[in-house]
Ligand binder design. Sequence first.
Ligand code: PFF
Length: 484
Amino acid sequence: MANVDFSVRDSFGTKAGVIAAAAGSAIGLGNIWRFPYVAGQNGGGAFLLIYLGFILVIGFPVMLAELSIGRRAQRNALGSFKKLAPGKPWYLVGLMGVVAAFMILAFYNTIAGWTLEYLAQAVGNGFNGKSSDELKNSFEAFQSGTFRPVFWQLIFILLTGYIVFLGVKKGIEKYTKILMPLLVVLVVIIAIKSLTLPGAREGLVFLFKPDFSKISWTVILDALGQATFSLSIGMGTLITYGSYIQKNNNLANTVLKVTAADTAIAVLAGIMIFPAVFAFNIDPAEGFGLVFIVLPGIFEQMAGGYFFGILFFILLAIAALTSTVSIFEVIVAYFSEELNMTRHRATIIGSVALAFVGVFATLSFGPLSGALIFDKTIFEWFEYLSVNIMLPLGAIFLVLFVGWYLGRKNVEDELTSGGSLKVKLLGLFMIVVKFIAPIAITLVFIYGLGLIGKKDKKKSEPVADEQAFANNTFLPGRTIELFT
Ligand code: PFF
């Protein structure tokens, strides 16, 4: 470790490395754990459609805006605003990003820890011979425990800290380039198995056939939150990564590839999960545990399932790790550049703080499940505030900054790498960042939060139960109280 040199600003080595690192950030638990569970709770097809719309109209421009800011300023999320808009309050957007990074990590590490537990179970052949009810019970027993979930969470924090300490190029680029494509291959193989299960068709109908009666403003806000979360936008992760991208990189091209890869994996994860959900008679609105209950069931029925199970959870843990690394980098880059800490010190202080706060999120499923603040557990508050509030809010300010403050000339200079690249549709991009994206996000926000108009009925478990009864998929004995 002594030969790690931090005296020069780190940067990504190659074009493929940039895409791998940004895709590594985007592709993670958001695609494989969160997308199916949120889509399942929001009625499937209609949610998917809105989600895809947001990726196109909001995801793409916000990601491009973030990378442009970072590369132009060559600083961390907060420092970038200070440099580009000195003496102006824009830096507060960066500050909100650092806070959001902390909150996301606090709950993300909990789920990342679950992937390690499931890896250990896969190695120990723990899914073998279990019915879906038994898989569900063993998930709930694990998740509501104390020692194991906290233990795995802490291990994950250590792994993240270690890679971030090593630095961007050495740590991140190397792993993502090989492992993310492998994850895609595996998801496709598992999806094919899932599709061949008896009764699987219903799952595809659920995922792809929009039932417009399911749409409400809360569903729309959930889709917006999920789109921003999944693409890692709205909090400066991609400002930070943008600052490590070389000047000749074609940012629009990078964004196109990363967005396409991220979206494809979320949809593939849906194709992997929902057919099995219906084949196994599981409620699609099951919630946080959905993939952890469904996937072992697929492995259990699959030729070579033991091997695939292990490989899958290794890759899922790594996908989570390349995302936690990118989020933690926001905090460490801020600490080291703005608060003048060494990278080493910043990593240690950040990790210890995260361990303290994160434990409360993890214990929200067990000993602290009764500690509700306005109907939500600590975990749920971290998730809700960061994903549904801070990321969309950050996204609004990011596009406004690029559209109105940086302005067309600077944006053109950045996107064409100083005039050497040809970029199409620049005029459209400016209209989107100046008007369309900020207005659209603001509207979703205002209505989704019920600030204007009638507040939507809160999604509540009884509704999910009624639906499950109607679909004949209701399973008695669910311990849903944990989640409410
Ligand atoms: N996009 C990551 C995922 O889908 O798992 C999560 C994430 C990473 C969110 C980085 C936000 C972020 F800045």
